[in-house]
Design a protein around this ligand. Structure first.
Ligand code: ARG
Length: 459
């Protein structure tokens, strides 16, 4: 038997395989609340413009609330034969209120309907991502404030570079995650226009009021071109793009936590709440949450590439290919929210191992740059020559199997006769970080100022 919604010109119903490839209800039922909100706004507008009667609109709007509560209560029987959430809801509305249900789809197509539903859904996810990022930044600020003057090694090439402060490292991620928040907010501002009323692709001859539905659904304005409104999914791609960059940041931090919690580094202890044990090795405490964040990020990148690929060759306007937008975005959003929450929990619970951080900061000739700077400042050497002198002192220390502060003054003077005893002051890691007072530098006072700025900005 042919489809009740569009079967007029069909003599036969679909093959079972056709039904399986065509139906989206198994996943787009997640759009139920958005679909019903869109339909309720549409019905109210149809009545306000005199296209349907107030009585019919009231029945539709009431009936839709009944359908919504059935869905939310788990009582709704979703049907694959009815393809998608839009037709499932409308078919049930017909059962609940009868004939007026058939008037809801006046001046509307599933094309503008799905574009509207999906924008509403993505908009909520953007808000959720911003909330999750805010919480993560809050956790990082607590760590940064506590450890504004804890010294740790800073790395380049994962080789010891210069001492930095724990707070400074935490605040580097605050800056990154704050830019992620900005990217989500920018995307939200751009996507917040209503496709509803674009109808199938060309607009409609009915005297609809697109500003009314746009306002009812919290959009800033209706989209200006009906073809564009039903054709593009750039809003979903912008979400995935912002999510991908955010995921990349999460993954880098996760990688650091995996390294830092190893027995070789011992920079941090992750809490039991965010670790797991081994079924065979009793001593093990594994940083699984960090590893899974690092891994799940792949799905978000994958979704971004998948949807770009779906969209890249489509002629205007709607093609059924676009039904493939949803699962990718759903999965990416779910995993992003999970990764943000897991990272926040790990950061809140983790404790820095200050003695290990400080010992590591002092190793690996980490204050060699301070020594070179001292030669420039105190003896007036050109930086290149200071670099060379310091390099020879590092080689000497390496040959003796000691660190730079362990060399004697006589050792130092054998490389450059003018070196004085006060050089040893700059070889300590605390003096080193305290000296980096340039704006944005690692000195505790700079870190504290940065924490204070963010606390004020985030309220
Ligand atoms: N389930 C469809 C989708 O997600 C809804 C739009 C269908 N429109 C159409 N003309 N078949 O894209």
């Amino acid at each position: 038997q042919s489809n009740a919604m569009w079967g007029g010109r069909f003599a036969a119903g679909p093959d079972a395989i056709m039904e399986a490839i065509n139906a989206s209800i198994s996943f787009d039922k997640r759009l139920a609340a958005q679909d019903i909100a869109g339909s309720r706004a549409h019905a109210a507008m149809l009545a306000a413009t005199g296209i349907i009667s107030d009585t019919d609109a009231d029945a539709i709007r009431e009936g839709l609330l009944t359908v919504l509560s059935e869905i939310e209560g788990g009582a709704f029987a979703f049907s694959t034969a009815l393809e998608d959430i839009h037709m499932n809801v409308e078919a049930r509305l017909k059962e609940v209120i009868g004939e007026p249900a058939g008037r809801l789809h006046t001046a509307r197509s599933r094309n503008d309907q799905v574009a509207t539903d999906f924008r509403l859904w993505v908009r909520d996810q953007i808000d959720a991502a911003v909330t999750g990022l805010r919480a993560l930044i809050g956790a990082l600020l607590v760590q940064a404030e506590a450890g504004a003057d804890w010294v740790m090694p800073g790395f380049t090439h994962l080789q010891t570079a210069q001492p930095v402060t724990w707070g400074h490292h935490m605040m580097a991620y605050v800056e990154m995650f704050a830019r992620d928040m900005g990217r989500f907010s920018d995307a939200r501002a751009r996507m917040n226009e209503s496709p509803l009323g674009a109808a199938a692709l060309a607009g409609t001859s009915f005297p609809i009021d697109r500003w009314m539905t746009a306002e009812a659904l919290g959009f800033d304005r209706p989209m200006a071109n009906s073809l564009d409104a039903v054709s593009d999914r750039d809003f979903a791609l912008e979400f995935l793009g912002a999510a991908s960059i955010c995921a990349m940041h999460l993954s880098r931090f996760a990688e650091e936590l995996v390294i830092w919690s190893s027995a070789q580094f011992r920079f941090v202890t992750l809490s039991d709440r965010f670790s797991t044990g081994s079924s065979i090795m009793p001593q093990k405490k594994n940083p699984d949450a960090a590893e899974l964040i690092r891994a799940k990020i792949g799905r978000i990148f994958g979704a971004n590439v998948a949807l770009m690929t779906v969209m890249k060759g489509l002629p205007l306007a709607y093609s059924k290919d676009m039904q493939e937008d949803k699962e990718q975005v759903f999965d990416a959003a779910d995993n992003l929210m999970l990764a943000l929450a897991a990272m926040e929990g790990m950061v809140r619970d983790m404790s820095a191992n200050r003695p290990a951080l400080e010992a590591a900061a002092a190793s690996g000739f980490s204050t060699a740059t301070d020594l070179a700077d001292w030669l420039v400042r105190e003896l007036g050497l050109p930086f290149r020559e200071a670099h060379h002198v310091t390099g020879r002192l590092v080689a000497m220390a390496e040959a003796k199997g000691c660190d730079l502060p362990d060399l004697s003054l006589a050792d130092m003077q054998s490389v450059h006769a003018d070196i004085r005893a006060d050089v040893f002051d700059v070889l300590g890691v605390h003096n080193s970080v305290a000296s980096r007072v340039s704006y944005g530098g690692t000195a505790p006072e700079q870190v504290r100022a940065q924490v204070a700025r963010w606390k004020e900005r985030l309220g």
